[in-house]
Design a protein around this ligand. Structure first.
Ligand code: FAD
Length: 294
């Protein structure tokens, strides 16, 4: 299931459901402790058996996990699976980003998830980059076509954007600057994704827009995350989840049903693949993929 750099003819085919080869990827955050590192290695080993296209590793706000992201990415790549570091540019300098890109290039990393990121609390200056399109442009200037660049997309609209229209224009700026693919913020409303993809096609955006999938394993943290990142939890889902209270097994069974059905619908229609926000756990993703018979 190798992930080839996408050329125009392939992209056009990818929107025909029967023909596209689907892309699967898993996202980790860098481990915070030696125990976390051991656990992540086990999670990685289980998920690597599925032969995903790549694993991606997040980058802490303001570069706070720079070394840990680097170590995790290189470790994954050395174990034989492609790895893509996330790189956020807010609060960073061009010299700093240049040096990070060079380190990745020197270590054989060829995919990158390019983001603006969010300013860590208490930090006032945005640095030399204001938005992710400027980072994409900078990566292309510095390293030509070396990196396959993935950017973030928001079918339910980024929470800080002025309007849905301006947010879409801003997304297009990232594509015009040289992004090869996009990964969406997670969502539970499939229609938002279909509408977004349709709008991309009508606007001449032909890169794959891969849905980001957040498995549901508990709900307090999910509500908190969703509030922050602007992901809508539909009322009927919220009410169901609330009604389960401390009954973790029911939350997980419901989450598995809902998210598996969402994934099936996305793949049956036009999604070019799935990107899983694993939260460094393998079991919820494996359960979904098992339902999907992948
Ligand atoms: P941008 O594309 O720059 O957009 C940010 C906001 O600015 C939007 O409201 C947009 O409409 C507006 N905007 C963009 N360009 C312009 C412009 N030229 N003029 C005016 N307004 C503009 N965060 C992390 O800290 N680390 C991670 O590893 C990480 N990984 C992520 C992975 C994925 C797949 C996703 C979807 C998000 C991730 N995030 C991560 C969160 C992300 O950093 C935040 O959502 C952040 O608020 C926006 O980043 P962006 O790259 O989408 O920014």
């Amino acid at each position: 299931m190798g992930y080839t750099l996408l050329t125009q003819p392939i992209l056009n085919e990818m929107h025909t459901p029967e023909k596209h080869s689907q892309l699967f990827s898993f996202e980790f955050y860098p481990p915070k402790s030696p125990e976390g590192a051991i656990s992540l290695q086990q999670v990685y080993s289980k998920l690597a058996e599925l032969n995903p296209d790549f694993f991606s590793v997040t980058f802490g706000a303001g570069g706070s996990t720079r070394d840990k992201t680097f170590d995790t990415v290189v470790d994954i790549q050395n174990q034989g699976t492609a790895a893509a570091p996330h790189l956020s540019c807010v609060a960073s300098t061009k010299a700093n980003i240049r040096s990070i890109l060079k380190d990745y290039q020197d270590n054989g990393i060829s995919k990158i998830v390019a983001l603006r990121g969010d300013l860590p609390s208490g930090m006032m200056s945005a640095g030399e980059f204001r938005f992710a399109n400027e980072l994409v442009e900078f990566i292309r200037q510095e390293s030509g076509d070396h990196f396959e660049i993935h950017v973030a997309a928001y079918p339910e609209v980024h929470p800080q954007s002025e309007s849905a229209t301006s947010d879409f224009k801003n997304f297009k700026r990232k594509v015009d600057a040289g992004a090869n693919a996009a990964i969406t913020q997670y969502f539970y409303n499939a229609e938002a994704y279909f509408y977004f993809v349709d709008k991309c096609e009508k606007s001449g955006i032909n890169i794959p827009i891969v849905p980001g999938i957040m498995p549901i394993t508990q709900y307090t943290q999910l509500f908190r995350f969703s509030e922050m990142c602007g992901a809508d939890i539909p009322r009927w889902m919220r009410k169901r989840l609330e009604s389960f209270g401390d009954d973790k097994a029911s939350v997980q069974a419901f989450g598995l049903d809902v998210v598996s059905e969402l994934c099936q619908r996305l793949l049956d229609q036009c999604a070019p693949g799935l990107h899983f926000y694993t939260m460094n756990q393998s079991v919820p993703c494996l359960a979904i993929l098992d339902r999907l018979k992948i």
